[in-house]
Design a protein around this ligand. Structure first.
Ligand SMILES: *[C@@H]1O[C@H](CO)[C@@H](O)[C@H](O)[C@H]1NC(C)=O
Ligand SMILES: *[C@@H]1O[C@H](CO)[C@@H](O)[C@H](O)[C@H]1NC(C)=O
Ligand SMILES: *[C@@H]1O[C@H](CO)[C@@H](O)[C@H](O)[C@H]1NC(C)=O
Ligand SMILES: *[C@@H]1O[C@H](CO)[C@@H](O)[C@H](O)[C@H]1NC(C)=O
Ligand SMILES: *[C@@H]1O[C@H](CO)[C@@H](O)[C@H](O)[C@H]1NC(C)=O
Ligand SMILES: *[C@@H]1O[C@H](CO)[C@@H](O)[C@H](O)[C@H]1NC(C)=O
Ligand SMILES: *[C@@H]1O[C@H](CO)[C@@H](O)[C@H](O)[C@H]1NC(C)=O
Length: 537
């Protein structure tokens, strides 16, 4: 694929080799120097004869189209041959050099949603004149199509090639997430959709939508429209309507990505209070209310009724079986100041221990969530307070330095864990900070093999304090790719960041092209410069 423009000084073959990119690295990869040419006019994706999925499979029909134009951008733009009125990509003019990429999926299911048990494995075999992609599910086929697209490259004259290749591939972790925060800054829909596209390119499979928080409540609720009417930055322009949310979920589904919403409480809820009176705890100054509000008031029934209605709606709107309930960073000062809360504490026998109060609240809403047949994810704080936690609750680690010890403790208690602490990539620093993300070893902590299996994956977090649509992409990409590879690929084969760097550099070019930029030579040279200077140290 044309990535670097004119490959000044390189031999054609070297340039071609360098242009072939696979990110994340497949589990088993065998590439040869047998180069086959591909002709857009004669190329087609077809369903294998033995495939359970056939024409009409929504996910794959759309993916064939999408990947055709990703693989042959010039062709798609130029001739318009592809985009005829018939949507299926199929050329009837069969000739002996037609490259057919046959996709065979073992199990049916094109209209469902990817979930925690989805089998994303695939095998891809590219030989002369044909490619065969085999997977168990359509989600695996999507991963394989992505790899296939990354194998295709263009020479300086614009001809397309793909080398003979054998791939056996599957993810190391089932949960490979990316968090966007749409409360601190509103992100327009297109920024979210573009992020989903880019996630698919590096095989992320969960979009953790931190949709509301203190600063704003952009989720337009059917049950409680005042939450966004009063709590969003703007009630019409800075909200996600029900149809926006549907669009995100469908766009994600088409790329094999789950959407896990987070409705973080009892802290991080200031914006909720604007549209839902009596939800938040009034803080007191001495004997009188100070006029400011603290976390959700855990002492009154109305709070639980409200949370139950909201969670019911969430279940209805978001098909994923997981919902993130937050539970982090609850400040106790306001609770402490409020006489009703203090009375409640006494009544419940919590003494002066406000962690018990938070426990009580979180346990109640985790119970509600379980009753709705949903699995809760909560931030590590909930575990740190030693609350009784339903065993199937997933705990997410976000606190920096001590994450290895936390991994040990949580898995020892039998909980499934997500690791996010080392991947807060909203933090930026000069130079190649992707190397820190890359060096993370999610299963390197003291514990048994059984404990290590409880690490179900991790998440890159892009918190929104200083991030909006103008700087989201450059902050996310390619930096998030480091975690994507760590979560997908074999760790033994990807320990060396120096070896990964040229591949990442090329993958960056690919990403730029998806955004309709051309990978600029001077940028590429400066990256190479860093690469060399890293070596000469
Ligand atoms: C692809 O084939 C070309 C031409 O034979 C060769 O130079 C190149 O190294 C091959 N690429 C890979 C990744 O094996
Ligand atoms: C497109 O082609 C498919 C498969 O050949 C066929 O089933 C379908 O009816 C066609 N659709 C249109 C709109 O012509
Ligand atoms: C892929 O190949 C491996 C090893 O040959 C095999 O065990 C696995 O079943 C294959 N997967 C699919 C989806 O065909
Ligand atoms: C949550 O559910 C468990 C198990 O049913 C129960 O023992 C516990 O009292 C419930 N907690 C709250 C706060 O409702
Ligand atoms: C609960 O959720 C699981 C997983 O999403 C699903 O398979 C099951 O059918 C659901 N059970 C009920 C009673 O809705
Ligand atoms: C695990 O981490 C420790 C330090 O935290 C390091 O010394 C060790 O080499 C790592 N283990 C492996 C297998 O890389
Ligand atoms: C690369 O960047 C330079 C400086 O911004 C610009 O002049 C040049 O046109 C760019 N080249 C390509 C191929 O985009």
């Amino acid at each position: 694929r044309q990535c670097v423009g004119a490959a000044g000084g390189w031999s054609l073959a070297a340039a071609a080799a360098a242009r072939s990119v696979l990110w994340p690295l497949p589990q088993q990869l065998d590439q040869s120097a047998d180069r086959n040419s591909l002709s857009p006019q004669r190329f087609s994706f077809i369903y294998g004869r033995d495939s359970a999925a056939q024409t009409g499979c929504s996910v794959l029909d759309a993916a064939f189209k999408r990947y055709f134009s990703i693989i042959f951008p010039d062709f798609t733009k130029g001739s318009g041959l592809l985009m005829s009125e018939n949507k299926s990509i199929r050329y009837t003019s069969v000739s002996s050099v037609t490259t057919v990429s046959a996709v065979s999926v073992k199990t049916r299911g094109c209209d469902g949603y990817p979930d925690e048990d989805s089998d994303e494995s695939y095998n891809l075999s590219v030989s002369e004149g044909q490619a065969v992609l085999r997977s168990v599910t359509v989600w695996g086929a999507l991963r394989g199509l992505e790899s296939f697209s990354q194998l295709v490259y263009q020479d300086d004259y614009g001809s397309y090639f793909i080398n003979k290749t054998e791939i056996v591939d599957f993810p190391r972790f089932a949960f490979r997430g990316l968090l966007l925060d749409t409360s601190r800054h509103y992100l327009p829909l297109h920024a979210i959709l573009k992020t989903l596209d880019a996630m698919a390119y590096s095989k992320f499979n969960v979009f953790h939508w931190h949709i509301v928080d203190d600063p704003s409540f952009p989720y337009q609720s059917r049950t409680f429209p005042d939450l966004s009417n009063k709590g969003a930055f703007h009630p019409f322009t800075h909200v996600y309507t029900q149809s926006d949310v549907m669009r995100v979920i469908e766009h994600a589904r088409m790329r094999g990505i789950r959407v896990v919403p987070e409705f973080d409480s009892p802290g991080h809820t200031l914006s909720w209070g604007k549209g839902q009176p009596n939800l938040l705890t009034p803080c007191y100054k001495g004997d009188v209310p100070s006029g400011s509000f603290g976390p959700v008031d855990p002492t009154v029934d109305t709070t639980y009724k409200f949370m139950e209605s909201l969670l019911k709606e969430v279940k209805f709107v978001f098909p994923d079986s997981y919902v993130h309930l937050g539970g982090d960073e609850v400040s106790f000062a306001c609770w402490q100041s409020n006489p009703n809360v203090r009375t409640f504490m006494e009544k419940m026998g919590f003494g002066k221990d406000f962690t018990k109060l938070e426990s009580f609240y979180m346990e109640s809403i985790m119970n509600m969530t379980a009753a709705l047949n949903r699995t809760s994810i909560v931030w590590q704080d909930v575990f740190d307070y030693r609350e009784r936690i339903p065993q199937d609750t997933v705990l997410e680690i976000w606190k920096g330095e001590t994450y290895q010890a936390e991994l040990s403790r949580m898995t020892q208690a039998g909980h499934r864990v997500l690791l996010s602490a080392p991947w807060y990539i909203n933090h930026i620093s000069y130079g190649q900070d992707w190397r820190n993300s890359y060096a993370v070893q999610p299963q390197n902590f003291s514990g048994t093999e059984e404990q290590k299996k409880l690490v179900i994956g991790g998440e890159v977090a892009m918190w929104g304090e200083y991030v909006d649509a103008t700087n989201l992409n450059p902050r996310l990409w390619p930096r998030a790719c480091a975690a994507a590879e760590r979560l997908w690929s074999d760790e033994e084969k990807t320990l060396d960041a120096d070896l990964a760097f040229p591949r990442l550099e090329k993958f960056r070019c690919e990403l730029l092209r998806y955004w309709k930029y051309v990978c600029n030579h001077s940028l590429s040279t400066s990256a190479s410069f860093q690469w060399h200077s890293a070596h000469s140290k």
